[in-house]
Structure formats: C-alpha cells, structure tokens
Design a protein around this ligand. Structure first.
Ligand code: SAH
Length: 352
C-alpha cells in the first residue's frame, strides 16, 4: 500500500468521503509524498514527459512569440513569468533565445510560480546565471506588465466532478471500502456554478469544475488588462469540459487514478472556456499546438537543426518534431490560448 493510501484512508475514516479535488491535491502536492513535491515526475525515467522536454524548438518558438508581442506593445519593463516550470527547461530555452532580441532580457524580471520545493531546486540549477524569483501563487506576481507562459500547468489543478440528475448534480467523492479507495456519489443538489451547463448536458453526463482555476486566471488577466502583456496557455483540453477526463500516468502507462495515490501523475483536460470566463482582458481563439508551431516556423527550424545531426540524434530530432506537431501526436490534442489587452496587436501564431 502506498504511503498516501494510508494517509487518505485515515482522513476518510475521520471526515467521510472527500472531493476528487481534495484527493488530487493530496496526490500531487502532499508535502512528503506528493507527485511534484516528493520527487521529479518528468522525463523518460518519470511518469510523463512534456513538449519542452521533447525538443528545444518548443521553447525557442514560444520565446519568439512572446518577444514579438513585447515589441508590438512598446517594449516595457515587465515580468517574465512561468506557471509550473517543471525542470526549468522551457524557461531556459526562452531565455537563451530571448537574449537575441535586443533589450528583451534587460527589461525582464523573471518570476516562476512553483509549489514544489523539490522542483524549485531543479529550476534553480537549470537557470543558473539568471536572476530568478519564485512565488507560490499567480496572485503574488508583481503589479506590472506581464508576459507569461504556462505549459501543462492548468491540467494539474485539482477538479471536482459532478454527474447530472434532473436539474441537480451528484458529486463524485472518494471514499474507502474494504481497505481500497473507491468513488461514490452524493445526493443530487443544485450547483450554482453549473447552472449554465443545464442547457448543454443530459441526464448522467459528467462535468468537471476546477475551483483553483478562476483566481489564477483572474490574477494573470488583471495584470495584462491593467499594465499590458500577453500569456500563452498550452495544454490538452477543450473549449468546455464534458465527461470524466481524469487520467493517471505511472511510468508513462495509464493506470487507475485511485490505485496508487502519489505514485502516478494525475491530470484532467483543461476547460479553456473557464479560463476566458475568469479573465478581465481579451483572449484569442484556441489554436492547435501543431498549427501554432507551424506558423511560427517549426519546420524551417527543424531542418536547420537537422543539418547538424546524424544517426540516432537525427532520428530523435525528427521524431520530436513529429511528436510536437503531428495531429496523431500532440499537434491537435494540445491547444494554445492567448491572453492580451483589449485592442493589442494579435499574438503571432494564434487565431484571433
Ligand atoms: N511546465 C513544465 C512542467 C509541467 S508539470 C513542462 O512543460 O515541462 C506541472 C508543474 O506545475 C510542475 O512544476 C508542478 O510542480 C507545478 N504545479 C502543479 N500544481 C501547482 C500549483 N497548484 N501551484 C504551483 N505550481 C504547481
């Protein structure tokens, strides 16, 4: 039995069944045994891998899109922020390319929003030589123009799940039976935050709510609306949540999300509409990651890098290009949402 199974069973015995959001938060961020707090879950030896870990091209091109928007908005002094920077690879790639844009890095104060002390250490090592500050929540970012990237951050935020019954909703909660963690349902109640979903759901449909998402999105959007800036939010998901999208990955294999708490990464599909509903600034339409990267020149960059490679390194590079952009890989499943001030020039690569 995993350490967290025992901790969760004790808590459930004392308090009764807990929400899926409480369950996810414990699995991901428990100070000792959490997926992000207890260890590094990224990469080939971990549970999952991400676009910046697959290829440097991802960070290079997002860096150029951010820098372009910075030039378009008059090159102010600004906060360059990342939500959930993992190993720091993406920010390292952004800074490497950002150095080539005159004035960009000099105007930037780098701030990383990271909950895990363990991963903060990884980020510190990856960004050695750069002046970097950390905070644990987006609402603590400076009140200043904000250029921000978030890749596979919102999918890690804990969700509550509800099943429709008539005009009410039963919440799915995690309880315990015969020593194992199991999902159960509460009685149906009206849920104000789901009132708008009565129009587009049917009896038995499952929808997800992410309680910690609106304050984070609002904090970012408010800075962009008040001071200028741009955010690129990259994740798998859709415009509006429908269905149970909770998934657990342990060493790159899908497993039962309740089977081994703390030993498998838990994610859900991001509800991008919920982000746009919480921001007081303008937003772009959703653009598939593959289209976004193509528009920013990923094929030309891939060819340029390929010219210096041979053998296995060349094969890996070609596979990485395909993985980032191909519709059967991350190209369509992953989407990019841009946030920007009302009336600002469009963000390169994104549908307006
Ligand atoms: N963006 C990185 C890593 C994605 S993994 C990449 O693309 O490789 C998710 C990251 O978000 C990790 O760094 C994790 O520790 C962080 N994280 C998860 N939940 C968080 C929260 N509630 N607050 C701050 N950081 C969080």
């Amino acid at each position: 039995m995993s350490a967290l199974t025992a901790i969760l069973r004790e808590r459930i015995a004392a308090e009764g069944p807990i929400s899926l959001a409480d369950y996810m938060a414990t699995c991901l961020l428990h100070p000792e045994h959490g997926v992000y707090t207890g260890r590094d879950p990224l990469g080939a030896a971990g549970d999952f891998t991400t676009a910046p870990e697959i290829s440097q091209m991802f960070g290079e091109l997002t860096s150029l899109a951010l820098a372009r928007a910075w030039i378009d908005q008059g090159q102010p002094a600004f906060t360059l922020a990342e939500l959930g920077p993992g190993r720091g690879t993406l920010m390292a790639d952004i800074l490497r390319v950002g150095r080539k844009v005159p004035g960009f890095l000099d105007a930037a104060q780098v701030v990383l929003v990271e909950a895990s002390p363990h991963l903060r250490d990884r980020q510190k090592a990856a960004l050695e030589g750069h002046q970097v500050a950390w905070t644990d929540h987006a609402d603590k970012l400076p009140q200043a123009p904000l250029w921000l990237i978030a890749n596979e951050f919102f999918d890690a935020l804990p969700v509550r799940q509800f099943e429709r019954r008539g005009t009410g909703w039963c919440e799915r909660r995690v309880g315990a039976r015969d020593g194992a963690l199991v999902l159960g349902l509460t009685e149906a109640t009206e849920v104000a935050a789901l009132a708008h979903r009565l129009d587009d759901t049917r009896e038995g449909d499952v929808v997800e709510l992410t309680p910690s998402l609106p304050p984070i999105a609002e904090a970012i959007g408010q800075r962009i609306a008040d001071h200028g800036g741009a955010a690129l939010i990259v994740d798998y998901g859709d415009w509006r949540s429908l269905g149970d999208t909770l998934q657990a990955l342990r060493r790159h294999e899908r497993v039962d999300p309740l089977a081994a708490p703390g030993e498998a990464d838990l994610t859900t599909h991001v509800d991008f509409e919920a982000i746009t509903a919480a921001v007081p600034c303008a937003h772009t339409r959703l653009t598939p990651q593959g289209v976004f990267l193509e528009r920013l020149g990923v094929t030309a960059r891939a060819q340029q890098l390929a010219a210096g490679l041979q053998g296995a390194a060349l094969e890996n590079h070609v596979a990485a290009h395909r993985r980032l952009t191909h519709p059967e890989e991350m190209g369509t499943l992953f989407k990019v949402l841009g946030l920007l001030p009302e009336g600002a020039p469009p963000i390169a690569g994104l549908d307006t």
